[in-house]
Design a protein around this ligand. Sequence first.
Ligand code: UD1
Length: 419
Amino acid sequence: MKVLSVLGGRPLYGQVQIHGAKNAVLPILAATVATKETCVIRGCPDIRDVDTALEILRYLGCGVDADGGVIAVNAAGLRRTEIPAGLMEKMRSSVLFLGALLAAEGEAVIYPPGGCVLGARPIDLHISGLRQLGASLLAQGDRLQFQAAKLAGGDVVLPYPSVGATENLLLAATAADDSVRIVGAAREPEISDLAGFLNACGADIRGAGTSVVTVYPAALHGADYRVMPDRMEAATYLSAVACAGGELTLRQMRPCHLQAVTERYEAAGCSIRSYDDALCIRAGGLHAVAPVITGPYPAFPTDAQATLMAALLKADGTTVMEETVFENRYRHVPQLRKLGADIELAGKIARIRGVRSLHGAAMEATDLRGGAAMLTAALGAEGESTLSHIYHMERGYDHMTQNLCRLGAKLELHGTDER
Ligand code: UD1
């Protein structure tokens, strides 16, 4: 079994370059099948979910050339429109090939997508939105076969601003006969990045980043595009320095995307200076903050809930959190309690009572961000902790352990992959 050992109590100092965003590069890689010309995507992170996206692209028949952080995709040879269950279940974003394949070929066969187990995570909003665009669904058990001889224009209304459903609709809408208005769209920066990529491919998408996005008909061609920086990777380094102490500069990032998160770290006692594309954080004596309620952008992101919780475990006072996005997103809590954390759970509410100190313990990563929270909490605990099931973190963090070691953390990897 692969295990990460963490010797806590060592402050972090130095600089980190933030990588391209996982949640932006995955929809963009799916989008490359919507044109038959070569797309070059720069700044791609070296993470398992990107490997899975490339595996899917190759399976479908696309030419893929990955060199460092630069990935070139050419979908001229696309010969399949069905993604096997084994590939679909490797990550959540496999579902985004649905909208892209419908745009490219007018048909797609998918199976339930995988990803972190944060709740039921249905895809009903994706399906009802695509139906509003004129796609039909023939379902046999888990095999979901979609067809759309033609995709129609008009309004598509999303009753909840689902990130994935908005992305699937944007992708499919690029092939519609007439303009499509997505009403109730998610406003996450990664939606704007997908629209930015599609526009670089010749699409005419306006309003991305607001709740009404309009896609006008246009032919797509190849493009050369750089993915936006990963705001959740940046949020994880904020947690690491808040837990461990020290001072970090995060480079190649956009602090404006992270305002709801940095505000909380500042309120907790960290000192933060933001620039256009960098951020400096110095850890302070931490205290509890006003209730943190997760929600769709620009509210506090659910993906930063676990890592902020880790940072508040030793804060002076009690912080209340309310998780409104996913119904099962406190799976890290029992693991954090092993370090001596005092967290009370009642449905959507978590009450974090700060303790004087945490001690090392053996923890199991439960999901991507939960695992990251365990790692950052362990950096602030006395003695040695171990973390298993770290494949969850390898799905979404590029060289996190190496970076933390460079900054002064004492981490060691033992054993081999358990999957
Ligand atoms: C994306 C992000 C994930 C982030 C989440 C919320 C990617 C690859 N993942 O996930 O990191 O935590 O946004 O910011 O970008 N829902 C339905 N029906 C649907 C779709 C969603 O009920 O058809 C529900 C979900 O179960 C969840 C909520 O809506 O409770 C939010 O989901 P959604 O915004 O779709 O998140 P994802 O796109 O899965």
